[in-house]
Design a protein around this ligand. Structure first.
Ligand SMILES: O=P(O)(O)OC[C@H]1O[C@H](O[C@H]2O[C@H](CO)[C@@H](O)[C@H](O)[C@H]2O)[C@H](O)[C@@H](O)[C@@H]1O
Length: 366
């Protein structure tokens, strides 16, 4: 297609609506007048390139909304079709329950140093509407504390490190916040023989993230239910409590803010849009970094176990697959495309698994 200019009459002056009719009012009004002042004859021009850019933008918004819808089943379906049952059965065969396979897992771990990696939301705590109230149970905390006494244990999360620490409150663990971009080891006083680690590969983005957070707060405040969360090196824009009819508006606003920040990228989690630096760093890299810090970079005697529920955890599952080492365990009630090897249905099962591991260790040490 050539980049010819298309003349569009200025409807503000009431001079007919030729092409404007074809383009539709909603398509033109927020876009063209801002970019082009009216020409003396009352017409302004819009290039095909600009026109197709607008439609392209709308197309992208639609595909975001589709993906938000697809990944956000609101409630369990009352009936299950035969093909769904078959799909579930196949999935369970390929990703068996880590609880059912516990004995085999234990046998395979003999003589190896286990290192535990635990995602927070949807793994250690149930998914709830208010992200500020996603508390873990005391039982889960006890289980994590006990496992952390025997194995190096890291919490790997999209959240801000301080925030997740305020939920977990266990001093002897490693914490990798902001999708692994903010890593800190246990404080020296809490654990004498653990190494002191601090790594922040995206520190240069701190000011930019802060700025974008404030702009997003402003741009989304009139969308009921939208919540912007500052995760230090990344930002979450929650749409769990936003009516579906407003999702397109929300995505448009977020994307239009990000247009001014090409060094930031947008991804999607569980009813959340996540904004983070484009650097090549993710939960998988954080896992590798921690293994290296613990002295297991090239060890064949280490067994990393990663439990997570979200798309961002897939980066860690992929690393385990490519190392041909360790156990990736996905927490999910429904079949999902995943690089994990095992599955658990929900956080309570993760706590049972952690308790079993603790019980096993206890009997082993006695
Ligand atoms: O890596 P994670 O620990 O899984 O963090 C990912 C996001 O988790 C949080 O949001 C999710 O949990 C909320 C509380 O249950 C829920 O309301 C929300 O819909 C979920 O997406 C957290 O608030 C986000 O900042 C994290 O990016």
């Amino acid at each position: 297609m050539t980049n010819q200019n298309v003349v569009v009459p200025d409807s503000r002056k009431g001079i007919g609506i030729t092409i404007a009719m074809a383009l539709s009012k909603s398509l033109l009004s927020p876009f063209v007048p801002k970019l082009l002042p009216a020409a003396p004859d009352g017409c302004f021009t819009i290039s095909r390139k600009m026109f197709s850019k607008k439609t392209e933008t709308e197309g992208k918004t639609h595909s975001w909304v589709d993906s938000m819808r697809d990944s956000s089943p609101t409630r369990a379906k009352p009936t299950t079709s035969l093909s769904e049952t078959q799909e579930k059965n196949t999935w369970i065969v390929n990703h068996p329950s880590a609880l059912n396979m516990f004995e085999q897992i234990v046998n395979g771990s003999k003589g190896k140093q286990i290192v535990m990696f635990l995602d927070y939301d949807g793994t250690l705590s149930p998914i709830v509407e208010d992200p500020d109230r996603a508390f873990m149970t005391n039982e889960m905390r006890e289980a994590v504390r006990d496992v952390g006494r025997y194995f190096p244990t890291a919490i790997v999360t999209g959240r801000c490190r301080d925030k997740v620490y305020s939920f977990v409150r266990l001093a002897g663990l490693y914490y990798a916040g902001s999708h692994g971009m903010d890593i800190k080891g246990p404080s020296k006083n809490s654990c004498r023989n653990k190494r002191n680690v601090l790594f922040q590969p995206a520190s240069e983005f701190l000011r930019m993230i802060d700025e974008v957070y404030n702009v997003l707060l402003e741009r989304t405040k009139c969308i009921p239910g939208a919540k912007v969360e500052d995760n230090k090196f990344c930002i979450s824009v929650h749409f769990r409590c936003v009516e579906e009819k407003m999702w397109a508006t929300l995505v448009e606003r977020v994307r239009s803010v990000l247009n001014g920040y090409p060094k930031l990228r947008l991804t999607q989690g569980r009813k959340v849009l996540e904004i983070r630096p484009t650097i090549k760093w993710d939960k998988g890299k954080a896992l590798e970094f921690l293994l290296e810090s613990l002295g297991y970079a090239n060890s064949t005697d280490v067994l990393p176990v990663y439990i997570g529920d979200d798309r961002t955890d897939e980066d860690a599952f992929k690393v385990l697959r490519s190392r041909g080492q360790g156990l990736g365990i996905l927490v999910s009630k429904v079949p999902k495309e995943t690089n994990a090897s095992y599955s658990l249905q929900e956080p309570t099962e993760a706590s049972t698994l952690i308790l079993l591991a603790k019980g096993f260790l206890f009997s082993f040490r006695c």
